[in-house]
Design a protein around this ligand. Structure first.
Ligand code: TMP
Ligand code: ASP
Length: 236
């Protein structure tokens, strides 16, 4: 029987607790929302439930596709048991359609389809505002090894191929998303963190209505309804 022990960490959207099993931790999803590295703060009522359940559902599907993940077991609507990993300090961003910071940086109108999938890396460091880095920086700084980086890039592209098709089946365009990877105690790279409206851009495929955290970032209103709509489409 898994027992929840002391809190190990509190992030912007989740808390992590130790358990009686040294290989397992419990993640607890909050309704707290931040944007722009914590500068904008708010609450999205029910977000923790949506993100927990949606992320678990997608990780189970990805496991069946042969993608190793940290997912172990959903405990309740906000809490999940996951493998304890050391997080590779990279945000891995996958882009299918231009939006957000890519649109700004390259002067591409939001909605422009990318001719090839774009992978970007940011160094996870709040004090530096998660700066973008390339493969050379990552290897020179030893954020991970060359082999690990290859595994991460291959997994990110495989995850994208699966998710694009899956979301299309529920009439959602997967514009872009952010992944994080962890290393288990035996050195295996697994998908970690979450896949949710906090970490993905989802557009309704017919109306192009935004169904994700951009509604919060951009003060568009209808934030809770967008999360609820995504939960309904994914979990029925
Ligand atoms: P960006 O266009 O702001 O760089 O965001 C790209 C994708 O990454 C988008 O789906 C939102 C997600 N993202 C996060 O999950 N966390 C972050 O801190 C940022 C900046 C983006
Ligand atoms: N998670 C980020 C924050 O720090 C930002 C975002 O999702 O836009 O506040």
């Amino acid at each position: 029987m898994l027992e929840k022990k002391e809190q190990l960490y509190e992030g912007k959207a989740k808390k992590v607790f130790a358990t009686n099993d040294p290989e397992i931790v419990i993640v607890s999803y909050k309704d707290d929302a931040t944007a722009f590295n914590g500068v904008k703060k708010g609450t999205i009522v029910g977000k923790g439930v949506v993100n927990n359940r949606m992320s678990n559902y997608l990780m189970e599907k990805l496991e069946k596709e042969g993608i190793p993940t940290h997912y172990v077991k959903e405990l309740n609507e906000r809490e999940t048991a996951v493998k304890k990993v050391s997080i590779v300090p990279l945000e891995v961003i996958v882009r299918n359609i231009a939006a957000g910071s890519l649109s700004k940086r390259l002067g591409l109108p939001e909605g422009t389809p990318m001719k090839r999938t774009v992978l970007e890396y940011c160094y996870k460091c709040d004090a530096l505002d998660d700066p973008m880095v390339n493969e050379y920086h990552i290897l020179a700084m030893e954020y991970c090894t060359e082999q690990e980086l290859k595994t991460i890039a291959d997994m990110a592209l495989k995850i994208n191929a699966y998710l694009v098709k899956y979301f299309a089946s529920i009439n959602v365009e997967l514009v872009d998303f952010k992944l994080e990877f962890g290393k288990t105690t035996d050195g295996k790279i697994v998908l970690a963190d979450e896949i949710s409206p906090d970490t993905c851009r989802f557009w309704d495929a017919t109306t192009h209505e935004k169904l994700d955290k951009d509604r919060f970032r951009r003060d568009m209103g209808g934030v809770e309804d967008a999360y609820k709509e995504m939960m309904k489409r994914v979990l029925g």
